[in-house]
Design a protein around this ligand. Structure first.
Ligand code: PLP
Length: 277
């Protein structure tokens, strides 16, 4: 497998990460996961824009333009002959002695990108999944795709230990998102999802769902859902790069739509599939 490390292609056994990398010590960096379908990236432009924005928000100065990075990622796909899967890319603030303050300009950010296996979660997409509700204890900049994922990791694990596929996070009385996905509720044919502000990650799949709704006459409103109102939902679903659109049929002990995927969710799954094709 070829790995892209700071603009150079290397074999996996030629790559080592310094133990003083700030990504390793502080989670001081940002990342992207980009889906590959039929040998091409899906929504590369949006992923690259979000990557550039995330880096800017944490004041990492990129050494390459978005165009240069895109060209390198394309070469990475070609060299590895990826057909279906994903590419993981991360940048950290660089390697230096362990101090909280940013290092000087002589310390360069470290970028690494490599292919990761990824296939459709077909069973979950077909049958639907269960979510486990819990408090969102993450920081107030969830719009940055930060390497600091401890809040997300703990939430996903707690969901798993409660027999759920994904966490459903609430901050106070409002639902925010999943541990690695965006959440949507459907009521009387209208789709509701949390506004794209600092409390959630503006998912690329979410952007595509918003676009699909606009193009196909489905009403989507970016409005917070109250945890107390979950019982009134007709349908629910989550989205992410690796999940695509997955119906939610249970939230803890409560069934959604009688425990089967609903028609609006099915329609979005169909439209999403059509878009990928
Ligand atoms: N929200 C969080 C916290 C995530 O980590 C992710 C993806 O990993 C998403 C939402 C979905 O984003 P995307 O559709 O870009 O994969």
């Amino acid at each position: 497998m070829y790995i892209l490390l700071n603009g150079k292609f290397k074999q996996k056994n030629e790559v080592s990460i310094d133990f003083e990398d700030r990504g390793y010590q502080f989670g001081d960096g940002v990342y992207e996961v980009i889906r590959v379908y039929n040998g091409s990236y899906f929504a590369m432009k949006e992923h690259m824009e979000r990557f550039v924005r995330s880096a800017k928000e944490i004041k990492i100065v990129l050494q390459n333009t978005a165009e240069e990075l895109t060209a390198m990622l394309n070469e990475l796909l070609r060299k590895n002959q990826v057909q279906d899967g994903a590419v993981y890319m991360q940048i950290t603030r660089g390697v230096t002695g362990r101090k909280h303050l940013f290092p000087g300009q002589d310390v360069k950010p470290q970028i690494v990108a490599y292919p990761i296996p990824c296939s459709k979660p077909a069973a979950e997409q077909e049958k639907g999944i269960k979510l486990h509700l819990m408090e969102d204890v993450r920081w107030l900049r969830c719009d940055i795709k930060s390497l600091n994922l401890l809040g997300n990791v703990l939430a996903k694990q707690e969901a798993f230990e409660n027999g759920a596929y994904e966490a459903l996070l609430h901050r106070g009385e409002h639902i925010t998102e999943g541990s690695s996905s965006n959440f949507y509720g459907v009521r009387n044919g209208v789709i509701y999802t949390h506004p794209a502000n600092n409390l959630i990650l503006n998912g690329i799949t979410r952007m595509k769902v918003v676009e699909l709704c606009e193009k196909n006459g489905l009403t989507l409103i970016e409005e917070m859902i109250k945890a107390d109102d979950l019982v009134n939902l007709d349908e629910a679903f989550i989205t992410s790069t690796t999940s695509e659109v997955i119906p939610v049929i249970e939230i803890d002990s409560m069934k959604v739509n009688g425990g089967v995927p609903g028609p609006v969710t099915r329609e979005l799954q169909r439209l999403f599939e059509e878009m990928i094709d």
